[in-house]
Design a protein around this ligand. Sequence first.
Ligand SMILES: [Fe+2]
Length: 451
Amino acid sequence: MTTTDQSSGLPGGAATEVERARERVAEALLRSRARSTLLTDAVDDDDLVRQHSKLMSPLVWDLAHIGNQEELWLVRDVGGREPVRSDIDELYDAFQHSRASRTELPLLSPTEARTYVAQVRDKVFDVLDRVPLHGSRLVDGGFAFGMIVQHEQQHDETMLATHQLRVGAPVLHAPDPDPALVAPIGAREVFVPAGEFTMGTSTEPWALDNERPAFQTHVDAFYIDTVPVSNGDYLAFIDAGGYDDPRWWSEVGWAYRQKAKLTAPRFWQRDGDRWLRTRFSVVEPVPVDEPVVHVCFHEAAAYAKWAGKRLPTEPEWEKAARHDPATGRSRRYPWGDEDPGVEHANLGQRHLRPAPVGSYPKGASPLGVRQLIGDVWEWLDSDFQPYPGFAAFPYREYSEVFFGGDYKMLRGGSFGTDSAAVRGTFRNWDHPIRRQIFSGFRCARDARPAS
Ligand SMILES: [Fe+2]
């Protein structure tokens, strides 16, 4: 006999699941807000309203935009409540105003923005207490809440990138990754046999529309690097004249390298015979054992060609990350189905830098590929396209309007990404010239049968 939960009308087991989803939502909402608060309280009001780069919004825009999206989806749509402020929707619509133009808008002041996001959040916790987390696709498993949590976390990563572009005294501090979590990697490459695997997901409750549905796809045999390309590896490319040799660059990549006068990853500067980098306002020697970060797609592809390799495709990356040859199934994460722990991956702005290559052996995939999740987003040689059976949800502007555009895929999240905003199926995309994001890469190559 099934016990039925009187308030939800669900069988007991399902009711427990719903309560777990509610707890997961509450915990993730609090974690996101703690991070948003830290990133915006770290600087004074002048800094909050300033544009630190044409590529970025002023931090105060991100903050109120986080609140506005939360209000639109959770207070008004899911909660059916009256607007907290209906007069500011247009100001905080990312499609209405370019980042470069946002300082010219009559934005909420830092004090008003803080008050606004707090008012919205109060109502959201009330909605969360009352609304059933089942019965429609928008709320099943807490989806709309999960979407908004991920949205806030994505802006937290964007705000972290704004901090990286900001000029001034250091204001963010965090411990370095634990050197005890580095373990020898053995082989530099991992062989992934040919065959089908399950890509995407139909079951992950907070997966976004572009990760759905799950489907079978064939991938030819290939080799993939065990760890991301390090600064030391990348320095060898620079020292070999890689930036001056058009042989390694695509036509478009070379044109951009010329136009933008690229000579090294962003935030690097030469100092005599060594390289320094600026990291959240601290100038320091480039650490050779860390994954390279702040390179664009074109730089990543040029390095790979110089190294006699190429960038992985998106199916290759996901197969290397999720496919378990022993069971034939795809895992949620490289290490299994459990949520990321501190032993698995460098996520959540716990550290303000990638961990050395070879870190997190417990986060390795079944085939032994490391650091696929966390540390640096990895550029892939694939464009942003829908999976077979894609259906836009809950709105076209989340993914669909970006398909087929001038974007390359990025996978795996960075040290700046929260665990709620990345998983084995999570897809990110950006323009191939972007460098202010926490982007690195690893290489792959075809595995041709011995002749
Ligand atoms: Fe947004």
